[in-house]
Design a protein. Structure first.
Length: 298
């Protein structure tokens, strides 16, 4: 389908449905359908008809913004309501909705109102988080299948934790489930001198950080993560229910208690069920790019 071209003023009639207040034109709509007033992040914003960006693309961006702000939790607005809120044609609305459905953000079923795909989990960047706590906070039932909980040794992991290469470690390997469906394959390593009591814990429905604090008196206060696209191996793809060669996110994390590294974690997350969200401002620090590998000498 060819995307619609920008509509000139008046092309859609600019009529206001009876009994409804026309949208404000100060950059933010009146918030109809979101339960919030003018200026709310849940409300619609006025589209710019002088912009080279097509109206359907502007509408798409604003609907995504409203989703991320927590709007549409009860229901997703019907086409006719969006045409009234944004004062655009039904064709423009349908093009934006088609893209939302293609991206898996909105589910449309015959005979039922469209709704958000709540299976997609949002995770903020730049903050210390617990997947267990965040899933529970988003109303998602989470549990884990423990695949391995034992003492081990791994020279590479010991190096990440600043330990001698043969230092004893505790490893916890889990398949993380959200609402009963696979979400992540998670493997965490911790120094055995700190984490030995974790061998007695039941991680079927609890958090690693909670158990680490309660049983070991160790609180993770910060760390560093690296997130990159990743092709899971055969075992990981089978555990996560992914098709062959279907991409995912790979997350490597060093967790610290004060200045001491106490956790090395490797997580593979399904890309179709997980989204990372970042907040930024003009005071944010610049992104540090990984150095490019040096070219081999001639």
């Amino acid at each position: 389908m060819t995307p619609p071209q920008p509509e000139p003023p008046g092309a859609h009639g600019r009529t206001t449905p009876p009994g409804r207040t026309a949208p404000h034109h100060d950059g933010v709509g009146d918030g109809s359908g979101s339960g919030s007033g003018s200026g709310s992040t849940h409300g619609p914003r006025t589209l710019d008809r002088g912009s080279p960006l097509p109206l359907w693309a502007q509408l798409l961006d604003d609907l995504r913004r409203r989703m991320e702000s927590g709007a549409f939790t009860d229901e997703f607005p019907a086409e006719h309501r969006l045409t009234g809120e944004y004062e655009v044609s039904r064709h423009t609305v349908r093009e934006a909705l088609r893209k939302l459905r293609a991206d898996g953000l909105v589910i449309a079923e015959r005979g039922r109102a469209s709704r958000l795909d709540t299976r997609r989990i949002q995770q903020p960047l730049g903050s210390l988080y617990s997947l267990f706590r965040d899933l529970e906070g988003q109303g998602v039932e989470q549990r884990s299948e423990v695949l391995r909980l034992e003492r081990t040794a791994d020279a590479t992991v010991a190096g990440h934790l600043g330990l001698v290469l043969d230092a004893p470690l505790v490893v916890l390997e889990r398949l993380r489930l959200a609402d009963g469906e696979p979400l992540a394959h998670d493997t965490a390593y911790l120094p055995a001198d700190l984490a030995e009591p974790l061998l007695e814990a039941d991680f079927g429905h609890t958090s690693l950080y909670g158990e680490l604090s309660w049983r070991c008196g160790v609180k993770v206060t910060g760390g560093r993560e690296r997130i990159a696209p990743f092709l899971p191996d055969i075992r990981q793809a089978w555990l996560l229910g992914l098709a062959d060669r279907e991409a995912a996110f790979a997350i490597e994390r060093v967790g610290r208690a004060g200045d001491r590294p106490v956790e090395w974690r490797e997580t593979v997350v399904r890309g179709d069920r997980f989204a990372f969200v970042a907040e930024w401002s003009d005071a944010s620090r610049a992104v540090a790019l990984a150095p490019r590998a040096a070219a081999p000498s001639a």
